[in-house]
Write a protein that binds this ligand. Sequence first.
Ligand SMILES: CC(=O)SCCNC(=O)CCNC(=O)[C@H](O)C(C)(C)COP(=O)(O)OP(=O)(O)OC[C@H]1O[C@@H](n2cnc3c(N)ncnc32)[C@H](O)[C@@H]1OP(=O)(O)O
Ligand SMILES: O=C([O-])CC(=O)C(=O)O
Length: 376
Amino acid sequence: MSTDTTAPAQEIRKGLAGVVVDYTAVSKVNPETNSLLYRGYPVQELAANCTFEEVAYLLWHGELPDEQQLAEFETRERSLRRLDERVKRVIDELPLTAHPMDVVRTAVSVIGASDPDAADASPASNLDKSIRLFAQLPSIVAYDQRRRRGQHLVEPRDDLGYSANFLFMTFDELPSEVVVEAFDVSMTLYAEHSFNASTFTARVITSTMSDLYSAVVGGIGALKGALHGGANEAVMHIFDEIGTADKAEAWLEQALSEKRKIMGFGHRVYKNGDSRVPTMKASLDILVEHFDRPDLLALYTALDDAMQSRKAIQPNLDYPSGPAYHLIGYDTEMFTPLFVAARVTGWTAHIMEQAASNALIRPLSAYNGVEERHIG
Ligand SMILES: CC(=O)SCCNC(=O)CCNC(=O)[C@H](O)C(C)(C)COP(=O)(O)OP(=O)(O)OC[C@H]1O[C@@H](n2cnc3c(N)ncnc32)[C@H](O)[C@@H]1OP(=O)(O)O
Ligand SMILES: O=C([O-])CC(=O)C(=O)O
């Protein structure tokens, strides 16, 4: 059977590699200068000087909040943290065999289905929904982590900031300042990254005039994959597989001979290193010191060194984030849901941007199936 090999009118860029599909004012990734700007601010400056709440506000509003705006925003966020009984019931119904990303995806879906204003896509309503998801995702992730350990739910505390409360709800104790800071930095670094696969998914869904919750659920589905957000979990599985630093080189040799992708390395846009890695690595170093785990740092360094001499492919943000979340105390399967809690800010900023200047996203394909034929 012959196939239609008609040459397409335009060059096909597999995976849309290098294709510019729209403008965005949310963030700028510049691989040439190895920089990442959120609304014009270098992400390193935001990580060093701002809380994650301020960064979320910036992504949504385009400007950092002044003192009063921040106080109002914090009060509102803290008032929305508690989960509805229905969301808790649905989480309780899900088997522990379900991946935590499936739990988060389902919980967001339930929040959307429970919102009588789900279909209202006005800017005010979308902002409202974004703040609610921002406030409730930590409660969902913390609850799921705890139920997997047979522990009871810990209610949020509205005298704590976002990251301190997130960790408190997860571990039922007040976290040390060092840990809160490292976690907060990771949230800021994970918050936004232009037209990555999950954000693009959310924008495609928004472009059909679907609702914000549906777009976020789609984003979660896209983030789950190991080539995207799922890599932070996969990094830790690799570390477990390798065991100790002295085995890293031989492990890598074997993995590459089997044509395996080494998780936490490589990037579609950055080819000379991910702009966020030095900041997250500095936080990892602090956590290693705090938890006295030089062995983990040795393994981190050994695999990175081996990868550099063998392939010269740089680590991406998932490489330092995975071991950082491990040290903080999360189970490996919870790492990508932590990414969701951060990235919901970027997704929703893009959803609002797409909705404000919409065009249905519908590319073309070149046909390479069988030529026209007829029945009989
Ligand atoms: C927060 C984030 O989402 S960051 C991304 C997280 N994902 C990962 O860490 C998964 C591992 N990395 C990868 O699979 C890739 O680097 C991706 C998917 C992130 C980027 O992929 P692409 O831009 O499509 O790069 P591509 O796959 O074309 O790589 C170019 C070459 O480098 C190789 N390469 C890239 N990354 C890796 C890796 N992690 N391990 C081994 N080889 C790799 C490819 O095999 C390819 O080699 P080839 O030319 O001999 O075929
Ligand atoms: O930009 C990408 O392709 C992936 C990434 O690093 C992110 O989403 O943070």
